[in-house]
Design a protein around this ligand. Structure first.
Ligand code: MTE
Ligand code: MO
Length: 270
């Protein structure tokens, strides 16, 4: 960036002096919306960033021996914030006809299908914690007593496949309101029975199509597709759709995720 302006364009000296601070504190985008909009405009107008700008935006100084990985990871976190501003959280994902459903629907997890967890629905209890008023557990009967809705949407996996499926369950915003979640909090985190974990921004958690899913088609979720409970998030990539959910928590502390912590872009959606 040739003409430095604060805060994204903080002059080089500042960028160097502040390197010890956490990225979050140096790039306080939320508090600098007008400046962010200027940066966005420039990013759209220009097809590429200079190395200096990349260093400044990411908080990494590659001359100091930062790895490309570290820089890209920092850029990815920065990109999350930009995307959060760019995309309207109420934009709907496309829906499809029953005739378009993919059969058989693919299985995916960080382990092979023969290691899918076996969960006994009769003593299942979903834990709820963090910034919520009502922390009582939820068994399956109680989850099924809430209003249910169906959707046919496309699941897109970062590994290069996609498939259309039908899921049924409780709109997640209904559930969050029911447990008295603080919807001004930043994140909703998920812990799964197979030790997978992920998290969503609150806007996506409240999105009208985000579904706390109990059924796949007209049947309870088969084990491989996340029995007894998964979150279907059609506005996000597949890895942000946790299966076998054991616990849900509302928090202001960035919870990360299994793939996110290995460098996948946290926002990963539209
Ligand atoms: N608990 C859990 N949830 C998970 C995963 C996992 O390994 N464990 N993998 C994610 C990924 S990368 C994908 S693509 C989808 C696959 O869901 P499916 O088996 O229903 O197609 O689940 C997501 N949710
Ligand atoms: Mo995936």
């Amino acid at each position: 960036m040739s003409q430095p302006r604060k805060p994204m364009d903080t002059p080089d000296t500042d960028a160097r002096d502040s390197r010890a601070q956490p990225l979050r504190e140096r790039i306080v985008l939320a508090d600098h919306k007008p400046q962010l909009e200027r940066v966005q405009r420039r990013l759209f107008l220009r097809s590429s960033l200079s190395l200096g700008a990349l260093a400044m935006l990411s908080g990494c100084n590659m001359q100091d021996g930062d790895s490309v990985d570290k820089v890209l990871w920092a850029m990815s976190r920065w990109n999350d914030r930009v995307q959060g501003w760019l995309f309207n959280p109420n934009r709907l994902a496309p829906t499809y006809a029953a005739s378009q459903i993919t059969k058989p629907f693919p299985f995916n997890a960080f382990y092979p299908e023969y290691n899918v967890p076996e969960i006994d629905g009769s003593d299942y209890a979903l834990e709820v914690s963090g910034l919520v008023a009502d922390k009582t557990d939820w068994n399956l009967a109680r989850l099924r007593s809430l209003p249910q809705t169906s959707q046919i949407t496309r699941h897109i996996c970062i590994e290069g496949w996609s498939a259309i499926g039908e899921w049924r369950g409780v709109p997640f915003h209904t559930f969050l309101k029911r447990i008295g979640a603080d919807t001004s909090a930043r994140y909703v985190g998920f812990k799964c029975a197979d030790h997978y974990y992920t998290s969503l921004d609150m806007a996506t958690a409240l999105h009208p199509q985000t579904l706390l899913t109990l059924d796949f088609g007209s049947e309870p979720l088969p084990p491989k597709y996340g029995y007894p409970l998964k979150l279907r998030v059609p506005t996000k990539l597949g890895f942000k759709n946790p299966k076998h959910i054991a616990a849900i928590f509302v928090t202001n502390d960035y919870p990360g995720g299994y793939w996110e912590d290995q460098g996948y872009n946290w926002f990963s959606g539209s």
